[in-house]
Unconditional design. Structure first.
Length: 116
C-alpha cells in the first residue's frame, strides 16, 4: 500500500495509525507514506515523533510524486492498495486529510482484504 499525501497533519496520522494496526498482525502488508507537493522530511519526522507511527514515511524525489502514478493534484491524499503481484485492488483519493481520516477504517479494511 502506498499513501501519497500533500499534508502531514493529525488527520493523516489517523489514517496511518489505522493501517499500522492492520500491519501489527499482518507482517506481509508493506506500507509506505510518501510526501508530495511540498511536504518536507521535517514535516514527516515531526508527525512520526508526535504519533509514534510504525509505517515508513518518506518524501518523493519529484514534487508531484512519481510521474507513472499520474496523481491528481487536487487530491490531498491518495491511497493505492496493491495485492500480491502488484495488481491494484483498491484506490482512494481525498480532497483533504480530514476526508481521508473519516475513511481510515475503510482504508484499513481494504489493506486487510488485499492480504494473501
Amino acid at each position: 500500500m502506498v499513501i501519497f499525501t500533500q499534508k502531514a497533519d493529525d488527520n493523516l496520522a489517523s489514517v496511518v495509525k489505522a493501517v499500522d494496526e492492520v500491519q501489527k498482525s499482518n507482517s506481509k502488508l508493506g506500507t509506505v507514506v510518501v510526501g508530495v507537493s511540498g511536504v518536507e522530511g521535517a514535516d514527516l519526522e515531526k508527525l512520526q515523533e508526535t504519533h509514534k507511527l510504525t509505517t515508513p514515511l518518506t518524501v518523493a524525489d519529484k514534487k508531484d510524486g512519481p510521474p507513472a502514478y499520474h496523481l491528481n493534484k487536487d487530491a490531498a491524499v491518495t491511497v493505492i492498495v496493491y495485492k500480491r503481484g502488484g495488481t491494484v485492488s483498491k484506490n482512494f483519493a481525498f480532497k483533504d486529510t480530514k476526508s481521508a481520516a473519516d475513511k481510515a477504517a475503510d482504508i484499513a479494511a481494504a489493506a486487510k482484504d488485499a492480504l494473501p
